[in-house]
Design a protein around this ligand. Structure first.
Ligand code: MN
Length: 450
């Protein structure tokens, strides 16, 4: 079973008590964020806000508020999620063009395409404006035509303009640079409300030129059906809730931010590209998808965990077969810290693994542990760090590496220092034995006793 669109997944969540309807009026300014924040912090459900102040459109939020729902979105179990993700995307499935679809039941063009038609929330206290945080931006390379789909933060500047954070290293930024070199705008389609697996597919670290919608098709087990946009030469998932069409204006930069980012701070208030909206299309009864950003751990961390872990697992496993698992803890914003568990086959192999991760843009703190340590359990990980590593021998600091994007402690923009910790026992040498209590398998679960 896979969830072909957002609605199928919402029904599934509601049946399992993982989605709660909120019938009281909520304000898209801070109040929706407040519900998601509290629920994220307490392991609570997602919400369908049916009565949103100033809008007839309902809002769903908190879908990725807990890792278990990301696992549900992939229809798998926690221990199989990474493998399922990697097997899923191994055989990309081309999109299938269809004529017309629910996402274009209502069409607003040009002057009529006002962003104020959408209940775009404001999340953190000092956010400069409402932000689209769960918009999948579809675009194509102006030279080669290869497609891209990913999620970027977008500030609603006024009725028909959005600011967007896409840096030179982002695939969209690379396309924009090519368009600007020709003095041309870059067309975009911002898709809100798609299958959760499709959103997760965009978070896998696909090489430039790979259309993430073909990875989504592989994960979904069927081609993503796409329709042609109304005012731009792009294709979008037919079953989407809402599509905003527009153009990134060449050479235009306007101040964007502040905005509460994944690191938990307001970072990167600076001039950024601007999108001129040319159309908004949506379902008759469209649902807008909110996604909370900010202090870990919440949606913007959870949505990328499994895809990132899958990216790094396959990258490392190809060279180091002893790698067992990779985790990007929420504590690091699912980006500034990586933990790898492995069984070494040769001396110092853990250090090679450590350097491979340190050199791959997710590098600020990299910890390698033995395979008896659960990398998802930071208590266990830090036990290994405290008892299997010595700072002068097993920790390596590399200054000035690319990465660290939006880390407020970075001394230099888009650069970070990296700490690697080899917390594995020395290969092939005697080491203190772990103390264990025998016969644990015969002791009943204490939670089951009366
Ligand atoms: Mn890409």
């Amino acid at each position: 079973m896979s969830f072909a669109d957002l609605r199928q997944f919402l029904s599934h969540l509601e049946e399992r008590g993982e989605l709660v309807r909120v019938r009281e009026e909520v304000d898209p300014k801070f109040e929706i964020a407040g519900y998601i924040r509290k629920s994220s912090d307490t392991g609570g459900p997602a919400f369908l806000f049916e009565n949103v102040k100033g809008s007839t459109m309902p809002v769903v939020g908190g879908i990725f508020g807990h890792r278990r729902r990301a696992i549900m979105a992939l229809d798998t179990t926690p221990d199989k999620a990474v493998e399922k993700f990697n097997v899923g995307i191994a055989s990309p499935v081309p999109t299938r063009r269809v004529t017309g679809g629910p996402c274009q039941e209502v069409v607003h063009r040009h002057e009529d395409a006002e962003l104020t038609r959408l209940p775009i929330p404001t999340y953190s206290a000092k956010d400069c404006n409402p932000y689209i945080t769960c918009g999948m931006v579809i675009s194509q390379d102006p030279e080669t035509g290869t497609k891209n789909a990913s999620i970027y933060r977008m500030e609603m500047k006024d009725e028909r303009r959005l600011g967007i954070l896409c840096s030179a290293g982002h695939h969209l930024g690379m396309q924009l640079a090519k368009a600007e070199a020709r003095g041309q705008p870059l067309e975009v389609a911002i898709v809100v409300g798609v299958a959760p697996a499709t959103l997760m597919a965009t978070q896998w670290e696909a090489p430039y030129g790979v259309d993430e919608l073909t990875l989504a098709g592989a994960l979904l087990g069927q081609p993503v059906e796409v329709v042609k946009c109304k005012t731009v030469d792009l294709e979008v998932p037919a079953s989407a809730e809402i599509v905003i069409e527009g153009r990134i204006l060449p050479g235009v930069r306007e101040m964007e931010g502040p905005f509460g980012e994944y690191t938990g701070y307001y970072t990167d208030t600076s001039p950024k590209p601007v999108i001129q909206v040319t159309a908004i299309t949506h379902r008759k009864d469209a649902i807008y998808q909110a996604l909370l950003t900010g202090v870990p751990t919440t949606e913007n961390h959870v949505i990328k965990m499994v895809p990132l872990e899958a990216s790094y697992y396959s990258m490392l496993k190809a060279r180091f077969p002893g790698v067992k698992a990779v985790h990007f803890p929420g504590a690091g914003g699912a980006g500034l810290m990586a933990v790898v568990s492995m069984r070494q086959h040769i001396k110092y192999e853990a250090r090679s693994v450590m350097l491979a991760v340190q050199s791959a843009h997710r590098n600020k703190i990299v910890i390698v542990v033995d395979d008896d340590i659960d990398p998802y359990n930071l208590e266990q990980v830090m036990w290994a760090v405290c008892t299997r590593a010595q700072p002068d021998q097993d920790m390596v600091i590399i200054p000035r590496l690319a990465g660290g994007y939006l880390d407020p402690s970075s001394k230099e923009r888009d650069a970070n220092c990296s700490l690697g910790i080899d917390a594995t026992r020395p290969f092939g040498q005697p080491f203190a034995e772990v103390a264990t209590v025998p016969g644990l398998d015969k002791v009943p679960d204490p939670g089951l006793r009366g």
